[in-house]
Design a protein around this ligand. Structure first.
Ligand code: GDP
Ligand code: MN
Length: 379
C-alpha cells in the first residue's frame, strides 16, 4: 500500500523525524481555513500517489489567503499523470538552503536493505543516477545486524553533505531506518531532505510504501480507509481478490500473478485489450469464481471473459467444478472462454465439456483462447 505524502509524514513524525505541521483538506474553503491555522506562508500540495507533482504544477507556495485560494482552486481536480487530485496538504512553508535525497528500500538480489543518500536532492534520483552516479552514496545493511550509528556516519560522510549538518543527518537517518524497518515499509524516501537557512535538517516530502504482508502487525485502518480505488477495485478488495482495473474489453481471470500478467500480454498479442488483472490465487472454490466473475461482469467495459488456469497444487477438476458451480449460481452476460491446463487438466476439461456452448467456450492453448476472447469482445 502506497501512502500519500501527508500520511507518510504522519508516520515519519511518529519516529521523531522533523516534518512541517499541516492539514489535509478536500475543498478550497477548508484549504484557506487550514492555512490560517498553519500560518502563512504555506505550501499547497497535491496529494496523489505519483511523483513529480512539483513539475506538474501540484506544489505551490502561497503568501496570503488570496494566493492560497487561487492555488487550491487550480490544484484540486488537476490531472497529474492520470491521477486526479482530491486531497490537498497545506503545510507551513520552509525556507530552503540545501536539498538532499535519502531513502531506504530492499535490494532483493543482495538480500539486504539498501540506503541511498545524495547531496543532490529535489530532483528525481533516477536523473542523478544517470548524470552523476558518484553523487549517490549507497549503503547495504544486513537485516540481522541492523544499522549502527558508526556505519550511518560513514555513509553520511561519503555523501558529502554540508559538514555542519553531519550529526543531525545521522540522527535523522537512524530514525528513518527505524521507520523503514519497524514500520514494515518497502520504501521510505525523503526527497527533498532539506537544510534550512538556520541549519535544521527537515523532511519536506515523504514517499512511503507499506509492506501489505506485515499488515497484521499494525493498525493501518486509517491509511487503508484513504486508499483510492474505483468501484471494481473496491469490490475486489472486499472479496480478497488480487485485482487491478484496466480499461480494455476482455475481462481476465487467472490463477497466479505471473500467469495473470502473461494473460494480459497474450490478449494484447491477439490484438485485444484487457479490462483488468485478476489473480484468483490458489484454491478455486465456486465462491471465489462467483466473486471474480461478478466483479468482471459488472464492469461495463467487459465484452468477453478469458479464464486462464494452469493447475498446480489446485487440480484441474477442482477448478472446473468451481467454475461450473459459479455459473450455476449466477447469470453472466459476457461470453466466457476457458483455457485449462496443468495438473488433471483432462479431468477438468471432461467436467466442462457438457456445459460448453455460445456462453462458455474452451480452447486448447493460451493464445487460441486469447484470440477467441478478443474476437468475442469485438463483436
Ligand atoms: P514532488 O515534486 O512530487 O516530489 O513534490 P515535493 O514535495 O518534493 O515538492 C517539489 C518541490 O517543491 C521541492 O523539491 C521544493 O523545491 C518545492 N517545495 C516544497 N515544499 C516547499 C517549501 O516548504 N518551501 C519551498 N521554498 N519550496 C518547497
Ligand atoms: Mn519530492
Amino acid at each position: 500500500m502506497d501512502l500519500f505524502e501527508y500520511q507518510g509524514k504522519q508516520m515519519f513524525a511518529q519516529y521523531g523525524i522533523s516534518v512541517s505541521p499541516g492539514e489535509a483538506v478536500r475543498t478550497v474553503g477548508d484549504a484557506v481555513a487550514a492555512a490560517e491555522r498553519v500560518g502563512y506562508p504555506v505550501v499547497v500540495k497535491a496529494q496523489v500517489l505519483v511523483g513529480g507533482r512539483g513539475k506538474a504544477g501540484g506544489v505551490k507556495l502561497a503568501a496570503n489567503p488570496d494566493e492560497c485560494r487561487e492555488h487550491a482552486t487550480n490544484i484540486l481536480g488537476l490531472d497529474i499523470k492520470g491521477h486526479i487530485v482530491k486531497i490537498l496538504w497545506i503545510e507551513h512553508a520552509s525556507d530552503i538552503s540545501e536539498e538532499y535525497y535519502a531513502s531506504f528500500t530492499l535490494d532483493r538480489s543482495a538480500k539486504k536493505y539498501f540506503g541511498m543518500l545524495s547531496a543532490q536532492g529535489g530532483v528525481e534520483i533516477e536523473t542523478v543516477a544517470e548524470q552523476d552516479p558518484d553523487a549517490i552514496s549507497k549503503i547495504h545493511i544486513d537485516p540481522v545486524d541492523g544499522l549502527t550509528e558508526a556505519q550511518c556516519r560513514d555513509w553520511v560522510l561519503a555523501a558529502k553533505l554540508n559538514a555542519s549538518v553531519t550529526d543531525q543527518a545521522v540522527t535523522l537517518l537512524m530514525k528513518l531506518y527505524d521507520a523503514y524497518v519497524q514500520g514494515d515499509t518497502d520504501l521510505a524516501e525523503i526527497n527533498p531532505l532539506i537544510v534550512t537557512p538556520d541549519g535544521k535538517v527537515h523532511a519536506l516530502d515523504a514517499k512511503v510504501s507499506l509492506d501489505d504482508n506485515a499488515g497484521f502487525r499494525h493498525d493501518w485502518a486509517e491509511f487503508e480507509s484513504m486508499q483510492i480505488r474505483d468501484d471494481r477495485e473496491q469490490a475486489a478488495h472486499e472479496a480478497d481478490l488480487q485485482y487491478v482495473g484496466l480499461d480494455g474489453s476482455v475481462g481476465i481471470i487467472a490463477n497466479g500473478a505471473g500467469l495473470a500478467m502473461s494473460t494480459l500480454d497474450v490478449v494484447n498479442q491477439a490484438g485485444g485489450t484487457a479490462a483488468n488483472f485478476l489473480d484468483v490465487g490458489g484454491g478455486a472454490d465456486a465462491k471465489k469464481f462467483i466473486n471474480a466473475l461478478t466483479i468482471i461482469d459488472n464492469d461495463p467495459r467487459v465484452r468477453s471473459i478469458f479464464i486462464n488456469i494452469f493447475g498446480g497444487i489446485t487440480r484441474g477438476e477442482e477448478v472446473a467444478n468451481g467454475i461450473i458451480g459459479a455459473l450455476a449460481a449466477i447469470d453472466i452476460k459476457s461470453p466466457i472462454v476457458i483455457r485449462l491446463d496443468g495438473t488433471n487438466a483432462d479431468e477438468g476439461r471432461a467436467i466442462l465439456e457438457p456445459h460448453l456452448g455460445d456462453k462458455l467456450q474452451m480452447a486448447p492453448t493460451m493464445l487460441e483462447a486469447a484470440r477467441k476472447a478478443v474476437e468475442l469482445a469485438s463483436r
